[in-house]
Design a protein around this ligand. Structure first.
Ligand code: NAD
Length: 371
């Protein structure tokens, strides 16, 4: 049923996998098509030195197959680094379905996607990402066991969980922000600090709640007026226009919407001394990280600070212990503290230090010559 395409010839000349700028030595890139359901999907497994690839399944109405390929390759590589730095026994992998989740997401499509995941024999374990709901994963789980993030449970503070990684991600980002405050201001306490949150979705809203609870003053923006209104009413947040949130007079700028928040334009007007949020790929280009470092702005490497969700879903593959998950998610703050200390010693941007630490874990040990 599925075909694996690996060459530019087979993909109509549109993309060349091995020469692709984001290929980065991927172990597997699997293109799957299922005629009966219309499934068009790509699974990418970047590195399995630490264990089977683990990363979410995203569904999006991509403008082109090339855009989908670029997205899955970058996300899969990012998961190798994220899982390595979170100390998980998992490598990096990710999957994307090309299609509009509002119209094309059916149980049959999810079951077909499950069969595609299953065809990799456990080298990739899937989970939830944008465009995919927990009930979609339940349909997918009918055709593969290589899926996590399905378990209903409660967080240690009693919040009901459905398998959604967002609550754990928000806890990790909150403790990451505390580590940043400690590094820059000598105290981790958010009380009285001005924190600008861009995006008040599953993670951003919970982050706002935690920071408000700790006495921070919130400045917020979201394209969804209902969300800003809710945060304004619940936490007394000040709402800023979308185009101004990055330039807010704040101690912390927390990008929790889309990637590329630190870009050629935003970096000119940034006022915060800390950039720390949930979004993936916050630096539009690596040189913007160097620019932040030179400007004395502390950047929390995105894949370190937003690893709470994957720590949570990885734990669901075994005997889930909420208290242990909480401890490991809170420890994201300690990991960041160590990265910041090393970055200060070496006078390097934190993301450069984090990449080096992660890459040391991504090297497969040489084969035992005796075997
Ligand atoms: P979400 O879709 O629930 O929320 C995103 C929010 O951003 C929405 O409220 C949306 O209206 C808003 N938004 C979109 N464009 C915007 C813009 N230009 N300006 C301001 N707001 C805008 O997503 P989420 O699950 O909260 O995740 C947020 C970010 O964190 C994403 O980049 C995601 O990839 C990343 N992330 C999430 C998790 C997780 O567990 N959910 C884990 C790791 C990383």
């Amino acid at each position: 049923m599925f075909r694996t395409l690996v060459s530019s010839k087979e993909t109509n000349g549109a993309v060349s996998i091995f020469q692709h700028p984001d290929f980065d030595g991927h172990e597997h890139v699997l293109f799957g098509h299922d005629a009966a359901t219309g499934l068009k999907a790509i699974v990418a497994v970047h590195n399995t030195a630490c264990g089977p690839g683990l990363g979410g399944l995203r569904m999006r109405d991509y403008a082109s197959e090339d855009e989908a390929l670029r997205d899955v390759l970058r996300l899969s590589r990012g998961m190798s680094y994220k899982n390595a730095m979170a100390g998980l026994a998992h490598g990096g992998g990710k999957a994307v379905i090309i299609g509009d989740p509002t119209t094309a997401r059916t149980p049959a499509l999810m079951r077909a996607m499950g069969r595609l995941v299953d065809s990799l024999g456990g080298r990739y374990i899937t989970a939830q990402d944008s465009g995919i709901r927990v009930q979609d994963l339940h349909a997918l789980s009918e055709t593969t066991a290589f899926v996590t993030g399905l378990r209903a449970s409660r967080t240690p503070d009693g919040e009901p969980r459905t398998g959604d990684p967002s609550p754990a991600t928000a806890v990790g980002v909150y403790h990451g922000i505390r580590a940043c405050l400690q590094q820059v201001f000598g105290s981790p306490d958010p009380a009285g600090r001005n924190i600008a949150i861009q995006g008040l979705g599953s993670v951003g809203f919970r982050l706002a709640a935690a920071l408000h609870g700790a006495g921070a003053r919130l400045l917020v923006a979201d394209i969804d007026a209902g969300r800003t209104r809710a945060v304004q009413e619940a936490f007394g947040a000040r709402v800023l226009p979308i185009a101004e949130i990055h330039a807010a007079a704040a101690d912390v700028y927390a990008p929790c919407a889309l990637g590329g928040a630190i870009n050629r334009d935003s970096i000119q007007t940034l006022q915060a001394r800390i950039v720390a949020g949930a979004a993936n790929n916050q630096l539009a280009r690596p040189e913007f990280g160097t620019a932040l470092h030179k400007a004395g702005i502390l950047y929390a490497p995105d894949y370190v600070i937003n690893a709470g969700g994957v720590i949570d879903v990885a734990a669901q593959l075994g005997d889930y212990d909420p208290a242990d998950v909480e401890r490991r998610v809170v420890a994201i703050g300690e990991t960041l503290g160590e990265i910041f200390r090393q970055a200060t010693l070496d006078d390097e941007p934190p993301e450069v230090v984090a990449d080096r630490l992660a890459e040391a874990r991504l090297v497969r040990p040489p084969p035992d010559p005796g075997r």
